[in-house]
Design a protein around this ligand. Structure first.
Ligand code: NCD
Ligand code: ZN
Ligand code: ZN
Length: 345
C-alpha cells in the first residue's frame, strides 16, 4: 500500500503557547489536524472559561485562511478552581475539558494542583456533567525516581480517584509505560489514554546517544525499550481506548540547548507521518484511522470529521528548524532525518 486515505485526524494534546510562538506553530497543526485539544499551561495559565475564550480567539486569528481548524479549549485546574465556572464554560461550548498538572510536574505547572483533595468539588461536578479530566500523570515527590513517577501516580492518585469518582471521564495523557497501558486496558470505558508520536519512536537511550540530546527530552521522560514496545502494541492494537495526542510542545532552541533545558518535543510538523510510519512498521496501517481519527472523537462524544487526508509513501527529510521571530527558532522532532510517509498537499 503506497497511498492511504483517512478521515481527517484530530490531535487530542497540543501546546500552542502564545504570541509569536503560537503564530509559528498553529499552521503546522492546522494543516494536519481538523481539531486539537489545546493545553492551558501558558504563563499565567488559562484557569477560567473567560481566559480560554480569549485564548481561543487568539488562536483562530493565526489559523491560515482557507484551513478549517477548530481549537478545543481546556482549563488549568488549581486548588481553587470554581466548579461553577467550569460547568458554565462547558455548557457554553467554550471549555471541552480540564487539565490536571500536579504542581511542579512539568513545563509551566507551578500553579498546578498541590493538594488533590482540594480539587474534588470540581472533579465531582465534572463527573456529573460528563466533562473530561485530562491528566499529566506523574508524581512530583523528589524521592521517587523520575522513571517511576508515572507508575507511582497510578497507585497514589489515579486508582483512588477512580474509586471515588467511578464515572469521571479521564484521559491519561502521553502515557509512557507498560504500567499505564495495563491500567487503561483494565479500567472502565470512561478511562482512555493519548500516545505521542515520539514515545512510539524513542526510548531513554536515545536521550543519551553519543552525548546529551536536549531535543529528545520531554516529560514524562522516555522510558526503557520494553515500555516503548508496549506503547506501540497498545496504539496499533485497535483498542479504542488509545488515541492520537502528540503533546507537540515547542520551545525555542536556545531554551532547550541550555544548562537547564526545557522539557518538550515539537512534533506538529511531522505528526501524522510519524504515526503512519510506526503503524506501517507494526503491520497495522489498517488501524491508523481508528487511532488518529475515530477513537478520540468517540471518547469525547463528538462526531468524526467529514473530510479526508491522504498519506503517500515517499521519502523526505524533516526540516532543520522553523523560524519564530528575530533569532528564535524551534527544532522539529527528528530534524534532518528521513521519514517514509508524507501528507499529500
Ligand atoms: C510540555 C510543555 O512544554 O508544555 N512539555 C513536555 O515535556 N511534555 C508540558 C507537558 O505536556 O507535560
Ligand atoms: Zn504533560
Ligand atoms: Zn503536554
Amino acid at each position: 500500500m503506497d497511498r492511504l486515505t483517512l478521515r481527517r485526524p484530530d490531535d487530542w494534546h497540543v501546546h500552542f503557547r502564545d504570541g509569536a510562538m503560537m503564530a509559528a506553530v498553529v499552521p503546522h497543526t492546522a494543516r494536519q489536524m481538523a481539531r486539537a485539544i489545546v493545553m492551558p499551561n501558558l504563563v499565567p495559565p488559562v484557569t477560567t472559561a473567560a481566559l480560554a475564550d480569549d485564548y481561543r480567539d487568539r488562536i483562530l486569528a493565526v489559523v491560515p485562511d482557507g484551513i478549517d481548524f477548530t481549537p478545543l479549549m481546556t482549563a488549568y485546574l488549581t486548588d481553587d478552581t470554581d466548579p461553577d465556572d467550569l460547568a458554565a464554560g462547558h455548557a457554553d461550548g467554550v471549555l471541552t475539558a480540564v487539565k490536571l498538572y500536579p504542581a511542579g510536574a512539568t513545563t509551566n505547572s507551578a500553579n498546578g494542583v498541590t493538594d488533590i483533595e482540594r480539587t474534588y468539588p470540581a472533579l465531582e461536578r465534572m463527573a456529573e456533567i460528563g466533562m473530561p479530566l485530562l491528566i499529566h500523570g506523574e508524581v512530583t515527590d523528589p524521592e521517587i525516581d523520575i522513571y517511576d513517577r508515572e507508575a507511582v501516580f497510578i497507585d497514589r492518585i489515579l486508582t483512588p480517584m477512580i474509586e471515588r469518582l467511578p464515572t469521571l471521564k479521564i484521559v491519561f495523557e502521553h502515557i509512557t509505560t507498560a504500567d499505564a497501558v495495563a491500567f487503561v486496558e483494565g479500567a472502565g470505558d470512561n478511562v482512555a489514554a493519548t500516545v505521542t508520536a515520539h514515545h512510539l519512536v524513542i526510548n531513554r537511550n536515545d536521550i543519551f546517544k553519543g552525548g546529551i540530546r536536549p531535543h529528545m527530552y520531554c516529560l514524562p521522560v522516555a522510558k526503557r525499550e520494553a515500555h516503548r514496545l508496549a506503547l506501540r502494541k497498545a496504539a496499533t492494537s485497535g483498542n479504542a481506548k488509545f488515541f492520537l495526542g502528540t503533546d507537540t510542545a515547542p520551545h525555542a532552541v536556545h531554551e532547550k540547548e541550555s544548562a537547564c533545558g526545557c522539557a518538550g518535543i515539537f512534533s506538529a510538523m511531522t505528526a501524522i507521518e510519524i504515526y503512519a510510519q510506526v503503524f506501517d512498521e507494526e503491520g497495522a496501517l489498517d488501524k491508523l484511522e481508528g487511532f488518529a481519527s475515530l477513537n478520540g472523537p468517540r471518547f469525547y462524544g463528538m462526531p468524526a470529521n467529514d473530510g479526508t487526508v491522504t498519506l503517500e509513501r515517499r521519502s523526505w527529510i524533516v526540516p532543520e528548524a522553523i523560524q519564530v521571530d528575530g533569532g528564535t527558532t524551534i527544532m522539529p522532532f527528528q530534524a534532518g532525518e528521513a521519514l517514509g510517509w508524507r501528507l499529500a498537499d
